[in-house]
Design a protein around this ligand. Sequence first.
Ligand code: CMX
Length: 135
Amino acid sequence: PPEQIDHIGIAVTSLQEALPFYTEQLGMRLIHQEVIEDQQVNTAFLAVGESTIELLEPTSPDSPVAKFLDKRGPGIHHVAYRVKDVADRLRRAKKAGLRLIDEEPRPGGHGKLIGFVHPKSAGGVLTEFCQRVED
Ligand code: CMX
């Protein structure tokens, strides 16, 4: 099985407007902010034990997160499972007939390697495998 939930991605229209709910109302610690160019998102990570909530604000109107917001509005965008070997997970998922978004792992920001399985093959949930490369 995956080791743990690495993070849950939540799409927001504005990080600045979304953050106080997490930091002030829920009292969560903001641990990292980063623009991930490859994914066209501005992100903020908030700690929940060893897992995190990743807030995702689109940096371009035709990005995956912007499309998601247009279609569904703000809310849970993906679930990321921490695994030891993303490449192996993607290979196994492909072999099992799942529809992959990434055939190979790619850099996901915050020193991670990531790979996505399409929500249509994952019960309607965009599913990410995530490997911490600095570990
Ligand atoms: N969760 C669940 N379903 C989703 C979804 C999501 N996040 N995004 C799209 N869908 C659904 C759509 O609603 C649509 O369903 P219907 O056909 O029933 O209407 C279906 O999936 C296909 O949607 P689409 O419009 O054809 O495809 P999109 O162009 O919207 O692309 C996806 C969807 C998942 C392939 C694309 O968003 C993608 O490649 N995502 C991976 C990368 C990513 O999301 N990066 C941002 C986060 C990066 C990070 O965490 O660092």
